[in-house]
Design a protein around this ligand. Structure first.
Ligand SMILES: [Zn+2]
Length: 247
């Protein structure tokens, strides 16, 4: 780290859990971020600001005016740009010392199998159950941990998966089949800061997993009810007959 980096990351380095070693790990980390919407926005901003060294972005969409209410890495002037382009500009605005590249397409099995061998962690910030199953199966195949999250209306949830740990459940253990596919922000609405709460927590979990500090949210689904102002924790066991992860 040079003097500018030591200053930029000094409040991380001050933390006894992170120090120089932890910050160096972040700078050497490669993260795949799928979805640059409401969840992806704070994830992108915090991981860029925190000095995660390589960010690989995937999104097929274009910024629309109805996105700007909650997708805070895009502004009014970005309407009409691809989300990848807008997000890359945001990363450069925050921290030009990191590497960022983007893929303007939907995440599919072929793209995932080409990118996963190159990354340390995947963040699912999509709003699409089909993509989550693809991410789940690709992460199992390539033994890459991932942070899964979702938010709609006034509720959100988050859980981490680590296929390197044999006793850990996978996304299909949690949801054996597609559920609530029609329920998304376009049909049900979303309170803007709810995606901020959940996306920011995804960034926290990502930093924990990349640096190896603390206890990731493994084997328990954390759900957030914004109206009640309450979190709940739901224990999740590996399904011994899961078609994705049971051996
Ligand atoms: Zn499973």
């Amino acid at each position: 780290m040079n003097d500018d980096e030591l200053l930029r990351y000094s409040r991380h380095i001050l933390l006894p859990q992170i120090e120089l070693d932890g910050q160096q790990k972040l700078l050497e980390s490669r993260v795949l971020l799928i979805g640059l919407g409401g969840l992806g926005s704070p994830v992108l901003q915090y991981l860029a600001a925190s000095g995660v060294g390589q960010l690989i972005l995937v999104d097929h969409d274009v910024v629309e005016l109805s996105n700007v209410q909650r997708q805070i890495c895009h502004g009014t002037q970005d309407v009409g740009k691809t989300k990848v382009q807008s997000a890359i500009e945001e990363v450069m605005r925050i921290n030009s010392g990191i590497f960022v590249e983007g893929f303007e397409q939907k995440a599919d099995a072929k793209l995932l199998s080409s990118l996963l061998p190159k990354v340390d962690l995947v963040l699912d910030c999509s709003d699409n159950a089909t993509i989550r199953y693809l991410i789940n199966d690709a992460c199992i195949a390539h033994q890459v941990p991932w942070v899964s999250a979702a938010a709609v209306a006034l509720q959100g949830q988050i859980i981490c998966f680590d296929p390197r740990l044999a006793d850990q459940p996978c996304y299909r253990c949690l949801y054996p089949e597609i559920h609530d596919e029609q329920k998304n922000c376009a049909t049900s609405g979303i309170l803007a800061p709810v995606v901020g709460v959940i996306g920011t927590l995804q960034a926290v979990e990502a930093i924990k997993m990349l640096t190896g500090i603390g206890e990731p949210i493994l084997g328990r689904l954390q759900t957030f009810d914004a109206l009640a102002g309450q979190w709940a924790s739901w224990g999740l066991q590996k399904n011994q007959s899961c078609v994705s992860c049971a051996k």
